[in-house]
Design a binder for this molecule. Sequence first.
Ligand SMILES: NC(=O)c1ccc[n+]([C@@H]2O[C@H](COP(=O)([O-])OP(=O)(O)OC[C@H]3O[C@@H](n4cnc5c(N)ncnc54)[C@H](O)[C@@H]3O)[C@@H](O)[C@H]2O)c1
Length: 407
Amino acid sequence: MKVCVVGLGYIGLPTALMMAAYDVCVTGVDYNKQLVSTLQQGKTTFEEDGLDALYTKAREKGVEFTTEYISADLYIIAVPTPYDKFSKKIDSSYVIGAVKNVTQVCPKGAVLVIESTVSPGTIDRYVRPAIEECGFTIGEDLHIAHAPERIIPGNMVYELENNSRVIGADDEEIGQKVKTVYSSFCKGDIVVTDIRTAEMSKVVENTFRDINIAYANELAKICRQDNMNVYEIIRIANMHPRVNILQPGPGVGGHCISVDPWFLVGDYPGLTSLIRHARLINDSMPEFVLGRVHDIMKERNIDDVSRVGLYGITYKEDVDDTRESPTLQLLEKVALHLGSPLKIYDPMVDRDVLPEQYHDFDEFLNSVDIVVIMVAHSQIRNSMNKLSGKIILDTRNICHLPGVYKL
Ligand SMILES: NC(=O)c1ccc[n+]([C@@H]2O[C@H](COP(=O)([O-])OP(=O)(O)OC[C@H]3O[C@@H](n4cnc5c(N)ncnc54)[C@H](O)[C@@H]3O)[C@@H](O)[C@H]2O)c1
């Protein structure tokens, strides 16, 4: 069985490497020439625990990377699925582009697995017609399945092997065939179901988390108004056997939780007021943090905004992914309100993504009076002593120095 993984980003690359490490014959395809060239030189393209070791193993087993689509028995499509900021609906153009490319090279009877997260109905509405337009009869010339990914950046390698997963297919035989391929490395339960159920279950999972985080964020705002300790309140509430409130924070970023709920809002606008409001609450948090910074500056008689530094650009701890991050969202607001950029530092982000970005922690600290902890990277957890003497706003509840400000 030859497998071709299309799209070698945060999801496609670990998937391709994992399968190869477990003796599946894998070729990874990406149209980004620079990315493929880096991989061909034996280097990985992003920071992730265990990824380099996995790559070494996969290389020994003969994994290959190319920009050319190849003939294979099974294709795994792991390309981006953003949403349209205006309509809130899924932008399926990357998936359709990849699917059309596959139809130009695939042999009769090949299986096409969409791993990208898609809104329920996307495969019926967009993928099937795109395949049929290319002259294929689905179920005869080409089979389709959906196997959405659940892994979390920071623990991808472990979760790829151990998470349970869902496979949606048109018929049981194809579902079982795809399951056999994923079973080569996945020790978790694999449920085979229909495509629409698989699409919906993935979007529902991320929406659940978004709503739960929004609840915690709303509690943080209530508690701030009347000076209550939201963390202590959530800790006590969670001692109830049937309560599990997540933690408040500076906002929600990344490519999943801040995006997928919009798919439901876009497709079911009259039925999604809870989901929509949760999104809006989470999107309001960067501005709430900015309000906290403003209050602290006033209280401490600081009026020079360039003495404020944001620690962390990524959307979560110990990863290098900055997509949709609360820090970037906050900086957009700053540009609107203050015009003057704040100082920024992130130990996980070597590349220059922002104008006032520092690459040395000590230099960053020396240039600011107020440090806003936006991301709970291990680096700052392990160097709290360096923060003494600074005014700290800790949006992640990881700093317990005296006088620290919280959300
Ligand atoms: N990142 C996550 O944590 C995560 C978790 C679960 C699910 N997902 C889902 O997985 C999918 C992929 O996300 P990602 O984070 O890996 O995206 P990514 O942007 O990191 O990677 C996508 C890759 O696909 C390539 N690509 C796009 N169109 C192509 C085409 N037609 N042919 C070849 N290559 C093409 C791009 O060059 C890029 O390298 C999305 O649907 C996302 O929602 C992501």
